[in-house]
Every structure is written in structure tokens, then in C-alpha cells.
Design a protein around this ligand. Structure first.
Ligand code: ATP
Ligand code: MG
Length: 538
């Protein structure tokens, strides 16, 4: 049955990104079930491990088993995939060889190279089916799964990419388990391991090619977005990471976290959401603080979704993570410098400068780290509104960072920021008494002056509640002054907005498009919306 096909690399006739993608996807690693189901079952039956939960990742091929090692208490994430029989493996290898041999780069540039390859792979499988005729005991769909996983998918980490509970996937070197950050268990070692440095190097190169970028000994770092919007950072070989190549993938949620999700998760309260909605409407500037992976970008995105639809918004990021429903939105992203002549680096600093030419109402910088902060503050000083995130644990640490090199913001500029919130990962016990990680906006400050910060709200860890003091809010007072209203009237506006958010939460309207409709209607036909949600004046 074994077809003799010469092992040949893809024909290198066309240049450019498409060819790179094709080159990279044909580096196929061998197929092995990552952990045998017997071993897993035995350890559970023997009583060495306890099965905490199991769920399908891709039915009927891949499953997650979360186990606790009873001796050490370590929780493990075991990927179980249905393995191929020797006969299926041989057919699989022949099909892969065939694809490598026959797949040609597209003649004309195409939108979706992966779809192009996928179509070719499906044709190849059909061709082999016809050629081999009756094949009792052989599962073509299983072979199809492995072809999809290794050629178009993410190879050994493909099952992890399919798990919506996983936020981050990281590999710290060859021979070390791949770690994931799981919504319910935090960091977990998995049964996925890149066994050799070559396997891992090839995988990192594949990631770079998928992003249309480059990683090599000469340029051993990668910060990019791969198809599907996932953010990848990687290093190559031992150039800068002592154990060998590394990567970390922050998985992109197809469906962004919205303000309704944040309320449902208990991250913020509807009242706090309404307060920011009003404040941003009056062009107040917000700083979102937190440590790595705390949820800063998600909070920024959810809040920015509430911006007035007529505002001109310019966002500036290193890698495009933000997703807004507003049409009057320009999304700018930086470009790293490659060691290729003629390609110059475009920094966030350059982008913030250019953004002002777009006459924005709001400038959003994904994260400030360097000299771009100074230009952003100048933009705010000249009447633009700004929203940005900063890696800091609280307001004091944030101001210290802002006023020190390389940001060097003068102390007198600090009150240009009106509000700061900090988001944290904290632990909460679930119904079974097990600690679960959750996110909470633990503090909100209003900035009066350098060194003078007033706490508007804080989170009470014992009762898992937010304490908000709108009556003494500087922002409420300021908005009242700007609009010639009294404080009670501004608070009434916040209450109306809160009622809309409550309504969206209660009716399960959580998508960013649905939220956008209500935000839009609140400006265009407020009385109709308030009637729809059953808001009672007074
Ligand atoms: N409030 C939340 N509740 C549950 N999950 C959240 C919440 N906020 C963010 N996440 C998830 O946490 C992960 C990290 O979120 P995000 O990218 O917003 O963090 P970040 O602080 O911006 O990280 P970084 O420091 O790497 O930029 C994402 O997978 C996101 O889906
Ligand atoms: Mg971020």
C-alpha cells in the first residue's frame, strides 16, 4: 500500500509571504498520541491521581483531562487525542508527502492561504480514498483530523488552542512541559512537550511565518499576531533564552470581553461601568493599571466600546488587540525594525505624533512604556481625551513609573489624568470550596493633583462587593460644572446609564454589537431606550 513518493520540499517558484506560509506548514512533526489513555486511566484507577474534570476539545478526537497528583497535589492538564493505528499512520504519512510534493504556491496572491492549503489537503485525502479503494478498519476522518491539526493547525498545541478555558500557552524550552493559564486553575503544566530543540525551533519559525514575520539567529525575537488574532512572543534558539527557543501565545477571544461580561464575571459593578461611560463621554482621561495578564487590555476594550459613536477614535498599539464597534475609528500599529535594509522601525512614539493629525477626540494607546507617554500627555494637554494601560500595581507605582525614565512625565502633567483603575487577579472560593482565580477592579482613584489621589471606589474582598462614592466624586462635580447642572442631575445621568447596563446584563445582551446599539440609541433616542428598559424617572 505504501506509495513511493520522493521526499521533496515545496517548489520554490514564487516569492513572498504566501510561499513562507506554505514552507512553514509543511514542516510536519510525526503523529503520536500525547498520552496514552491507558496510562491516564491506570493512574486514576490505581489511585495515584484524581480526575478533577474532563471535557471535549474537538469531538471525537481530542479531550482535556484535568488531574490532581495525590502525592504532590500538582494539578496537570492532560491532552488525550485518539491515536492513529500503524496502517492509518502510514496512509497519513503518504498523504502528507503527497501534499508536500504537489502543493504549489498560488499563482495569484490570495486572501486566505490557509484555506487554500486546506482545500488542497481535502482534495488529497479524497484522491487517496479513491486510490486505495476499500480500507476496512481505517478511519479517514481520523487521518483528516491529524492532517488538519499538523498542516493547517498548530500541531501539538492545536488541542490547547481549541480550549476556550485557556488564556495563555507558553513553552519555556525543549523537554519542559508546555504550560497553560487555565480560567479555573491558573497555571498548569500540560502533557504537551516539545522533545527536541529542533522540533521547538521549527515550531517557532512556523509561528513567525504564520504571522508573516521573521525569526532567526540574526533577529531572535518575535512579537506578532498570528491568524485568528492571537498574540505571540517568541525567542529563537539559545541566542537570548538560555534553555533554547521559547514562545508564549496570548489567545485572542473571537468574541471580545464586553462590559456586560465584566459585570457578569463580577470584575466591575454596573455603577462603575456607568461612571466610566459618563466620564469618557466628557473626555476624561483614564489610566488602566495592572500586572501582566491582569486584564488591562480587555478592560480598556470593554470601556472603549462605550465611547460616543460620533467620536473620532485613534488607537495605537504594538500588536492589534483592540476591537471596537465604532466606525470612526483608526487603528494604528507599530512596526518593528528588521535587519533588512529599507525597512525602518515605526514606534508608538511616531504613531502618537501622527495620530494628532487625524483630529481625534480620543487617543487610545494600548500600553505606555516609553517616550510615547510624553506625546500622549501633550495630546491630552491640548484637549484630546486619552485612555491607556500601564504596567503598575497601584496609583503610586504608576505615577512613579510615569515620572521616571524613560517616560519622564513632569509632575505637573500628572493631573491631566483624571481617573485610574487597577485590575487584579484574585482568588475566590467556588461552591465546592476550591480556590478559583477571578478578576476584580480593586480600586478606582480620581486624580486631583500630583500626590493627591481620591479613592472613588474600592472592592471589599470579604463581601465581594464594590463600594462607590459618587456623591463626592471630583469627576461628577467637574461634569456638573461643565454642563451647568447640579450634582444630583449628573448622578441621575449615571443612574440612567447604569439601568441600561443592568438591562443588557439581565436580558443576556452581551455581544459588543448589541451593546453598541444601546449606546448609540442612548445618544440618539434616549427617551425611547429608557422606555424600552422600563426606566422610571426620579
Ligand atoms: N475580567 C476578566 N475576567 C475573566 N477573564 C479575563 C478578564 N479580563 C481579561 N481576561 C482574560 O485574561 C487574559 C489576559 O487579558 P488581557 O490581555 O486583557 O490582559 P493584560 O493585562 O492586557 O495583559 P498584558 O499585560 O499581557 O498586556 C485574556 O485571555 C482575557 O480573555
Ligand atoms: Mg495588554
Amino acid at each position: 500500500m505504501k506509495l513511493k513518493l520522493p521526499k521533496l520540499l515545496i517548489k520554490k517558484s514564487s516569492e513572498g509571504k504566501d510561499k513562507d506560509v506554505i514552507d512553514s506548514v509543511v514542516d510536519v512533526e510525526p503523529v503520536k498520541p500525547i498520552v496514552s489513555p491507558e496510562r491516564l486511566r491506570l493512574s486514576v484507577v490505581r489511585g495515584d491521581a484524581k480526575l478533577l474534570e474532563t471535557y471535549a476539545l474537538y469531538e471525537p478526537w481530542a479531550y482535556a483531562y484535568i488531574t490532581e497528583d495525590l502525592a504532590t497535589g500538582t494539578v496537570n492538564y492532560v491532552v488525550y487525542e485518539i491515536g492513529l493505528t500503524p496502517q492509518e499512520e502510514s496512509v497519513y504519512k503518504n498523504i502528507v508527502d503527497y501534499i508536500m510534493w504537489e502543493l504549489e504556491p498560488p499563482k495569484i496572491p490570495i486572501e486566505d492561504v490557509r484555506e487554500y492549503i486546506s482545500r488542497f489537503a481535502r482534495r488529497a485525502i479524497r484522491l487517496f480514498q479513491l486510490r486505495l479503494g476499500r480500507t476496512p478498519g481505517l478511519s479517514w476522518s481520523k487521518i483528516g483530523y491529524y492532517i488538519e491539526r499538523n498542516i493547517i493547525g498548530y500541531g501539538p498545541i492545536d488541542p490547547l488552542m481549541r480550549d476556550p478555558n485557556i488564556e495563555d500557552i507558553s513553552c519555556n524550552g525543549p523537554g519542559i512541559p508546555v504550560y497553560v493559564w487555565h480560567r479555573r486553575y491558573e497555571y498548569l503544566p500540560t502533557s504537551v512537550v516539545f522533545r527536541t530543540s529542533q522540533e521547538l525551533d521549527e515550531f517557532v519559525v512556523k509561528l513567525a511565518h504564520l504571522a508573516g514575520k521573521h525569526i532567526s539567529v540574526a533577529y531572535p525575537v518575535l512579537d506578532a499576531i498570528i491568524p485568528g488574532g492571537h498574540r505571540v512572543a517568541a525567542t529563537f534558539q539559545k541566542e537570548i533564552s538560555t534553555k533554547g527557543s521559547t514562545f508564549t501565545i496570548r489567545k485572542f477571544k473571537e468574541d471580545p470581553i464586553t462590559i456586560v461580561d465584566l459585570v457578569n464575571y463580577g470584575t466591575i459593578s454596573p455603577e462603575i461601568a456607568a461612571y466610566f461611560w459618563l466620564a469618557m463621554d466628557f473626555k476624561m482621561t483614564t489610566l488602566i493599571l495592572g500586572v501582566t495578564g491582569a486584564g488591562k487590555t480587555s478592560t480598556l476594550n470593554a470601556l472603549a466600546n462605550l465611547l460616543r459613536p460620533t467620536y473620532k477614535i485613534v488607537t495605537i498599539e504594538d500588536t492589534p488587540e483592540l476591537r471596537l464597534p465604532q466606525e470612526n475609528w483608526v487603528q494604528l500599529t507599530g512596526r518593528p525594525s528588521y535587519l533588512v535594509s529599507g525597512v525602518s522601525e515605526i514606534k508608538l512614539y511616531d504613531l502618537v505624533k501622527i495620530s494628532l493629525r487625524y483630529r481625534p477626540d480620543v487617543v487610545i494607546v494600548g500600553e505606555v512604556r516609553g517616550e510615547e507617554a510624553y506625546v500622549l500627555f501633550q495630546a491630552i494637554a491640548t484637549g484630546h481625551s486619552g485612555i491607556t494601560t500601564l504596567h503598575a500595581e497601584d496609583i503610586d507605582a504608576a505615577v512613579k513609573r510615569l515620572t521616571s525614565p524613560p517616560m519622564n512625565i513632569p509632575n505637573t502633567y500628572i493631573p491631566l489624568v483624571n481617573m485610574a483603575l487597577v485590575i487584579k487577579r484574585v482568588t475566590k472560593l467556588d461552591e465546592t470550596g476550591r480556590p478559583r482565580p477571578v478578576r476584580r477592579v480593586t480600586n478606582i482613584w480620581e486624580i486631583e493633583d500630583y500626590g493627591k489621589y481620591k479613592e472613588l471606589a474600592s472592592w471589599d474582598p470579604v463581601r465581594d462587593r464594590f463600594k462607590v462614592n459618587l456623591k463626592e466624586s471630583l469627576i461628577v462635580e467637574r461634569v456638573a460644572r461643565m454642563k451647568g447642572l447640579d450634582i444630583g442631575e449628573v448622578i441621575e445621568d449615571i443612574i440612567k446609564r447604569k439601568s441600561i447596563i443592568d438591562y443588557l446584563v439581565a436580558t443576556g445582551r452581551r455581544s459588543y454589537k448589541e451593546i453598541a446599539t444601546y449606546v448609540y440609541n442612548y445618544y440618539h433616542k434616549p427617551s425611547e431606550v429608557l422606555k424600552e428598559i422600563g426606566f422610571k424617572e426620579g
